[in-house]
Design a protein around this ligand. Structure first.
Ligand code: NAD
Length: 351
């Protein structure tokens, strides 16, 4: 019996259809008197609704959240907050908006409430990331952790099926790597298996009827669980590869996770029998790597990294960067192993 260390993160979650209408309670509970709402330009109508719901506590809106959190955006948002006298933030959107809020919280210590509209899971983690001069820096810091998260499935209904599938697989990837993490322990593993079960069960239902709230609620519940796993344990080769492909080659984040995951899982498979057993229970797939890939393709996800814009001439640099820093992985991966995984994902080899 191997021992473990598990540290629970302080996290308040409000979950349910229509719960966004209780946002003011959440903000009051945290003692925030003036809120700056963070979002992206495309979320205009929702932002108006949120701002109206905050009533007199709404100080203003900063709608310039961008992918990979440029440091300039962080200082711009903080300057707006200072000008408006805001003492807390509400982030409404996907992982990019949440990432901005977390970077601000890390710097300033200000309280943050997140209302997620994708399945990225970032809202459940103390992992922050910012970009300066084309380089992305990431780390873990408790100060970045949101104080409260409001999950309202109605807000995910507008997420197009293609983004839903990719974002759902992004969440599944957190859980898969959580199951074989070097610091895996019973509670994150329970959350991982259950989170995958919810997502694999709900994504096909969403593809058939994107407006069905039951399926949307199941997917969001899965995203919450998978995000909690990401926040609790160390990720391995898969997340390292996706970080390199997104950060250096600008490949779209969630879709990159969707394409790469089955290949890394297949590479690790023989070293992680307990993970495979958990995945078989959660998915019903006898071969989880092949099953996950087939499911993503059936739901319309991209088949290869080439489709996402990676060129074969990028492979040398990608392999070099992926091997640059040490990372955990249940099976030792040499440079040629990494190249092999990336080559297969590049062309979308059948599993
Ligand atoms: P995103 O936040 O970039 O959103 C993608 C697009 O979808 C945007 O144009 C957004 O406006 C739109 N959108 C979001 N919700 C919508 C909705 N309900 N309806 C219609 N459109 C909607 O994408 P993402 O995949 O959620 O986040 C990716 C980012 O999050 C990456 O930068 C990644 O590194 C980061 N991330 C961080 C962590 C962490 O723990 N730090 C975890 C996962 C992802």
């Amino acid at each position: 019996v191997s021992g473990f260390v598990y540290e629970a993160l302080p996290m308040r979650v409000r979950f349910g259809v229509g719960e966004r209408h209780r946002l003011r309670d959440e903000v009051d509970e945290l003692g925030i008197s003036r809120v700056l709402v963070l979002t992206t330009p495309s979320r205009g109508a929702l932002t108006e609704e949120v701002t109206a719901g905050l009533g007199s506590a709404a100080a203003g809106v900063f709608d310039r959240a961008r992918m990979h959190v440029p440091v300039q955006t962080v200082s711009d948002a903080r300057a707006v907050a200072d000008r408006l006298g805001a003492d807390g933030y509400v982030a409404v959107g996907g992982g990019s908006t949440t990432g901005l809020a977390k970077a601000i919280a890390r710097e300033s210590g200000a309280p943050v409430v997140v209302i997620p509209t994708t399945y990225s899971g970032s809202e459940m983690t103390p992992i922050w990331g910012t970009t300066a001069d084309g380089r992305k820096t990431t780390g873990r810091d408790r100060r970045a952790l949101p104080r409260s998260v409001v999950y309202d499935p109605e807000l995910t209904v507008s997420l197009p099926v293609s983004l839903t599938v990719a974002s759902g697989f992004n969440a599944i990837a957190h859980a898969v790597e959580g199951l074989y993490a070097p610091d895996a322990s019973p509670i994150p593993s329970l959350m991982a298996e259950e989170g995958i079960r919810f997502l694999v069960g709900s994504l096909p239902r969403i593809a058939e009827g994107p407006e069905g709230l039951d399926a949307r609620a199941d997917a969001l519940r899965g995203a919450w669980l998978c995000g909690s796993v990401l926040g609790a344990v160390t990720m391995s080769l898969h997340h390292k590869l996706c970080h390199v492909l997104g950060g250096t080659f600008n490949l779209s984040h969630a879709e990159t996770h969707t394409v790469v995951l089955p290949y890394v899982l297949q590479f690790n498979a023989q070293a992680v029998p307990a993970t495979l057993a958990a995945l078989r229970r959660a998915t019903g797939f006898d071969d989880p790597a092949a099953g996950l890939r087939a499911l993503s393709i059936r739901l319309g996800a991209p088949r290869s990294l080439a489709e996402l814009g990676l060129a074969s001439s990028d492979l040398d640099r990608a392999v070099e960067l992926a091997g640059e820093n040490s990372y955990a992985n249940p099976r030792q991966a040499s440079s040629s192993d990494i190249r092999d995984v990336l080559e297969r994902a590049l062309v979308g080899t059948d599993l």
